[in-house]
Design a protein. Structure first.
Length: 388
């Protein structure tokens, strides 16, 4: 407050001097510039203080991977402060450099980029598909990433994108071209394993014939079609679009393809628990001797566990033993969850999925089987940063 002559006359001199000095200091501080404008900005400058061209330069191919990760973290934080909306004018230019970042040699940088995409997709707006077209091929390729966390994040980001895209058919075509039919064997395999998660109920009104045909093509390349992970996706498509529409898909295939697909689905419909009981004591003769779950049977059983033989042979214990012990989510035994979370061999995960399906079919208390329970089970296998 300002000091008047009356103040000087009506109060103690020392008190007036103190008040006067205090007011002068407050006035001076109010006129000071923000500290950030006085101190020279470091290299790790916050995105909100950077021009867009600086952000693009920092994410360019020849930039340091750690700096890219820092910028992505700041972009992500900035989006969160704005309700999940990306604050960037030249979005196409940004996504062009993000395409390169997704292929960065540093796995942590690839992960940060994928997480950033997952964060901004829901509130992106009308340009979503235009921008995502630039990064979609590399995002699908990253399903085969050697880094487990980067692979899971790629799958989850695709899952989120397919819920918000207005061009789902283009996304499915990208999954076929850059995933199922990739030149990289690991990418082909991981895409096939992850695909059932991406075939969601909201695809019921989409034309899934092209995807069906691609999956049947994978069956043709398998020595035992009924054991191929492609059968799981075909069954999922049938459940999503309905039997009548799925039959029209089959009628558009060659007679040999139709017969192979129908036979594979019929064999998969067999009771997996009964089949495990039949195969439990039989020695697998070779790596090609699989049961209907894609699991190689073995009669050598360790105590309450699975024995891996060079990543191929999985011991089948008494299936009823697997249903003892604590339950997760109210109905899933711990051994089943352990198989679902296993990252060493996709066949173990496939067995876990089969056992989970059997449990779901045997439930009498359907209150346990809620949407949240499904989500928890899926996220237990593919944990991530965003909601599925």
């Amino acid at each position: 407050m300002a000091i008047t002559i009356t103040d000087f006359l009506g109060c103690d001199w020392l008190a007036c001097i103190f008040i006067y000095l205090r007011d002068q200091m407050a006035s001076s501080v109010a006129k000071l510039k923000p500290l950030a404008s006085v101190i020279a900005e470091p290299d790790e400058v916050l995105v909100q203080n950077m021009e867009e061209n600086e952000v693009l330069a920092g994410l360019a191919r020849n930039s340091d991977s750690a700096r890219k990760a820092d910028i992505l973290d700041e972009l992500r934080a900035n989006a969160r402060r704005n309700g999940g909306r990306l604050q960037f004018d030249d979005r196409l230019a940004l996504f062009r450099v993000l395409q390169e970042v997704l292929a960065d040699l540093n796995s942590n940088t690839r992960l940060r980029c994928t997480e950033f995409l997952c964060e901004i997709i829901p509130e992106f707006g009308e340009d979503l598909d235009t921008c995502m077209t630039l990064v979609l091929p590399q995002l699908v390729s990253n399903i085969g990433d050697n880094q487990v966390s980067a692979k899971k994040s790629a799958i989850q980001t695709l899952h989120v994108y397919m819920k918000h895209s207005s061009q789902v058919s283009a996304v499915l075509n990208a999954i076929i071209d850059h995933g199922l039919e990739s030149e990289n064997r690991r990418t082909r395999t991981e895409s096939l394993v992850a695909l059932p998660i991406l075939i969601m109920p909201n695809l019921a009104h989409e034309d899934l014939f092209t995807l069906t045909k691609a999956l049947v093509g994978r069956l043709e390349n398998s020595s035992r079609p009924e054991t191929s992970p492609a059968v799981i996706s075909l069954e999922r498509i049938k459940n999503v679009v309905g039997s009548s529409i799925f039959d029209t898909y089959l009628h558009r295939l060659s007679p040999d393809q139709q017969n192979m697909c129908v036979l594979a689905l019929q064999n998969r419909s067999a009771d997996p628990v009964k089949e495990l009981e039949l195969l439990g004591g039989r020695k697998a003769k070779s790596a090609g001797h699989l049961n209907s779950n894609g699991i190689i049977a073995d009669d050598e059983r360790p105590e309450r566990g699975n024995r891996l033989d060079r990543g191929h042979t999985i011991a089948i214990s008494n299936p009823t033993d697997d249903f003892f012990g604590p339950l997760e989510f109210g109905f899933v035994p711990a051994p089943v969850m352990s198989k679902l979370r296993d990252q060493s061999n996709w066949r173990i995960r496939a067995q876990g999925i089969e056992e989970l399906k059997t449990l779901m079919g045997q439930l009498t208390n359907t209150n346990l089987f809620t949407q949240s329970g499904i989500t928890l089970c899926i996220t237990a296998w593919i944990p991530g940063r965003c909601e599925l």
